[in-house]
Design a protein around this ligand. Structure first.
Ligand SMILES: C[S@@+](CC[C@H](N)C(=O)[O-])C[C@H]1O[C@@H](n2cnc3c(N)ncnc32)[C@H](O)[C@@H]1O
Length: 407
């Protein structure tokens, strides 16, 4: 029996933490979440003038070796002028303020190009009194310059929505480093606890070795993603989970909503879900959503992004009815003409579920990953009421939903 494509505007699946992924402009309408976010992290384009890409691994071999990835455009960081750039930033910041509740926090991630302008914008939108920190994220990666001091930091502007802000630095302790306290006198108290003391300004300061220390506003302990880092998704400008974990843990409690309007590969959403927070992640790039969807397949999510009909595409699957579960075997996929790779190598993720009125409810998912480069071609669909459907997310960033052809 054949399968036909149907239009789909939304997809949902169940899991542990709940979140929304949207194919939407950061300047768009987010009023459905008004006042609900505890933390908004924004990592917009930096006005570098560059184009950025997604390096998508292809097929079992490609996933095993990382060789010959398909390079897809992800987003352009080119703006006609500074004013055009700043108008995007202004609209996104206004949305961020609208999304935050009264105890919420904003983190705006930039580099030295636009940070000064952004600081003035944030002062205007959030109020100078609500400025909390200019965090410097210092790293070692990238090239070195002999013409100037190498630029080795990003800037994260931290604002609160109001004086009622929630902030818990004890949620982000650092291991006490040996070298930092080497210059202090080392002692042991009557209970056998080791501590260090230092005199300064006529006072004696005591630090117990087993007590945590907390980060200052220069974060040099969070490393950029290394070339072979297992976190890497292939999406340019992906940020490390450790950076987002620190931001989320100090500014939110479990169950809170964390929003990111330039979500990219979904690092914020993945870190939020990992720490038991809900997430809202929006991005304009379909490539970003493909990566993000895969990172979050184990969480409860609603993905709002209309599918586009793939002209002359074809999908073949065998649907074998069972008693409690149906077996669905993916046999072939052809995304249509003018593409270099077809067949199951062109499939990055697929799901089986039920379809109704433009919504696909996923019940079971399979995706290629580094740990499992081969794509499982058999999924089970529980015997529930509804129209069985298959969702294919291919290596070109297309999502399509298929129903069995009526005979
Ligand atoms: C620096 S990247 C974000 C990377 C992300 N933090 C991560 O860890 O993967 C910026 C993102 O903003 C998206 N973007 C650019 N303009 C946008 C707009 N007007 N609305 C929403 N997203 C936009 C790009 O597609 C890109 O994914």
């Amino acid at each position: 029996m054949g399968w036909v494509q149907v239009p789909c505007r939304q997809e949902t699946h169940i899991g542990a933490a709940a979140g929304d992924l949207l194919l939407q402009d950061a300047r768009g309408d987010f009023s459905a979440w008004k006042g609900q976010a505890q933390c908004v992290y924004l990592d917009p384009p930096f006005m570098t003038g560059e184009e950025f890409f997604l390096r998508m691994r292809v097929g079992e071999k490609g996933w095993e070796t990382g060789k010959n990835p398909l390079v897809l455009p992800a987003y352009s960081d080119q703006f006609e002028s500074k004013d055009v750039y700043l108008s995007l930033l202004r609209a996104a910041l206004e949305n961020a303020k609208m999304l935050l509740n009264e105890t919420g926090s904003l983190f705006l991630h930039l580099d030295t190009r636009m940070a000064a302008y952004a600081r003035i914008l944030c002062d205007e939108i959030f109020g100078e009194n609500n400025f909390v920190n200019e965090i410097i994220w210092a790293y070692q990666s990238g090239g070195r310059s002999m013409k100037r001091f190498s630029r080795k930091h990003d800037v994260i502007l931290f604002y609160r929505k109001s004086r009622r802000q929630y902030f818990d630095i004890t949620a982000v302790p650092l291991p006490r480093s040996e070298n930092r306290s080497n210059h202090m006198r080392r002692c042991v108290d009557e209970n056998g606890r080791s501590y260090r003391t230092i005199q300064s300004g006529g006072k004696t300061y005591t630090y117990y070795d087993d007590e945590p220390v907390y980060p200052g506003d220069v974060w040099a302990d969070v490393s950029h993603l290394q070339q072979k880092d297992p976190q890497r998704t292939g999406y340019d400008t992906q940020k490390p989970m450790a950076l987002l974990s620190r931001i989320i843990l100090c500014s939110t409690r479990p169950g809170d909503l964390v929003a990111d309007l330039f979500g990219g590969s979904g690092t914020t959403a993945a870190a939020a879900a990992h720490h038991g927070r809900r997430y809202l992640s929006a991005d304009l790039s379909a490539a970003a959503l493909t990566v993000c969807r895969k990172r979050l397949l184990n969480t409860a999510l609603t993905l709002t992004a209309p599918t586009q009909k793939l002209q002359n595409a074809r999908m073949e699957a065998d649907f074998i009815p069972g008693i409690a579960f149906h077996d669905v075997h993916l046999a072939d996929y052809d995304p249509g003409p003018n593409v270099p790779i077809r067949g199951l190598d062109a499939v990055d993720q697929w799901s089986v579920g039920f379809y109704q009125d433009g919504v696909f409810r996923s019940q079971s998912n399979a995706a290629r990953r580094r740990q499992s480069p081969a794509l499982p071609d058999l999924l089970q669909l529980p015997q529930l009421r509804g129209t069985p459907a298959i969702l294919i997310a291919d290596i070109y960033g297309n999502r399509s939903v298929w129903l069995q052809e009526e005979t």
